[in-house]
Design a protein around this ligand. Structure first.
Ligand code: G3H
Ligand code: 13P
Ligand code: ZN
Length: 311
């Protein structure tokens, strides 16, 4: 089957109360690990590319890797632009084979966000490409943008109907307390998400797919391995998996995970080098990294998202 957009994926996920994992890809091992896990779990999956990933690996390499994964697995796979911040970037991805794009206008005013998002939607829909918009602002680091906790703001449910109606977006990323990166909550505090806001948005937009960014759980066992094998990560706290399970049963149809894959990969490579100081064949340590990512993705699909056997 060819690459798909997110329309049917989200409809089924909404109706059946699960979510699709959207995992960030930067190189071959990551693409293989995610799609091999999805294949074993018989799960649809979204592979997403940030502008940083596109700069790192080059557009054409990532598209070809994803096409190879598609040929290898024959799964419903969407190739998605993560955090597109300009019309030009979205257009380049639409023209270059992506089936879904995010236009993140959350740094702009409400009116400017609507105008930019609508411009992308009008272009994307001519090519059957689905568009994710964002309302509200997540804290954390993505590419060169670092939003401090003070500048972050929850999505205002009063704005969502107007935003969706005027832009024509296919899904909406919201801010309910998650954030990007490995340090989401202050150590010693209890992680909390504003499920009341999600519930209110769900009421205002019945049947409409919601997206949760910054959804890594930052498993402590991986932080431990990193530190045990020479790393120095401060106390990191992610989103508890119970909360993600709850969100997946609600209107959240797409859950974004990147940091957990980075963490698993780093832990595996650190461990490998300490245990095998004589190794210098990249296939040995990147192989371990790939195995670690595959394990994490399988766990997410089966134990958190509930998208297993939904391909
Ligand atoms: O939300 C951001 C993702 O984790 C991608 O990160 O922009 O460093 O590739 P990146
Ligand atoms: P994490 O940093 O929590 O993995 O979030 C990733 C993300 O939202 C990508 O858009
Ligand atoms: Zn994000």
């Amino acid at each position: 089957m060819p690459l798909v957009n997110t329309k049917e994926m989200f409809k089924k996920a909404y109706d059946e109360g699960y979510a699709i994992g959207a995992f960030n890809v930067n190189n071959m091992e990551i693409v293989q690990a995610i799609t091999e896990a999805a294949k074993e779990m018989n799960s649809p999956v979204i592979l997403q590319v940030s502008s940083g990933a596109r700069k790192y690996a080059k557009h054409v390499y990532l598209v070809k890797l994803v096409e190879a994964a598609l040929a290898d697995t024959d799964l419903p796979i969407a190739l998605h632009l993560d955090h597109g911040d300009t019309f030009e970037l979205c257009k380049a991805c639409i023209d270059g084979g992506f089936t879904s794009v995010m236009i993140d206008g959350s740094a702009h005013s409400f009116e400017e966000n609507i105008a930019l998002t609508k411009k992308v939607v009008d272009y994307a829909h001519q090519f059957n490409v689905t568009v994710e918009g964002e309302l509200g602002k997540l804290a954390g680091v993505e590419d060169d943008v670092n939003v401090s906790a003070e500048d972050a703001s929850y999505t205002n449910p009063d704005q969502v109907e107007e935003f969706v109606k005027r832009t024509g977006v296919d899904s909406l990323a919201i801010a309910i307390g998650t954030s990007h990166g490995a340090y989401k909550f202050k150590p010693g505090t209890k992680p909390q998400l504003r499920f009341d806001i999600l519930e209110e948005i769900q009421k205002r937009l019945p049947g409409f797919p919601i997206v949760l960014h910054g959804a890594s759980s930052v498993p402590q066992e991986y932080v431990k391995i990193v530190n045990q094998y020479g790393g120095a990560m401060p106390d990191a706290i992610g989103v508890p998996e119970d909360m993600l399970r709850q969100a997946a049963k609600m209107a959240v149809c797409k859950i974004n995970i990147d940091s957990d894959l980075r963490l698993g990969m780093t832990a595996a490579i650190r461990k490998h080098f300490v245990e095998h100081p004589d190794h210098f064949d990249p296939r040995q340590y990147l192989g371990d990294a790939r195995t670690a990512i595959k394990g994490i993705v399988s766990h997410k699909i089966k134990e958190v998202l509930g998208s297993n056997d939904k391909a």
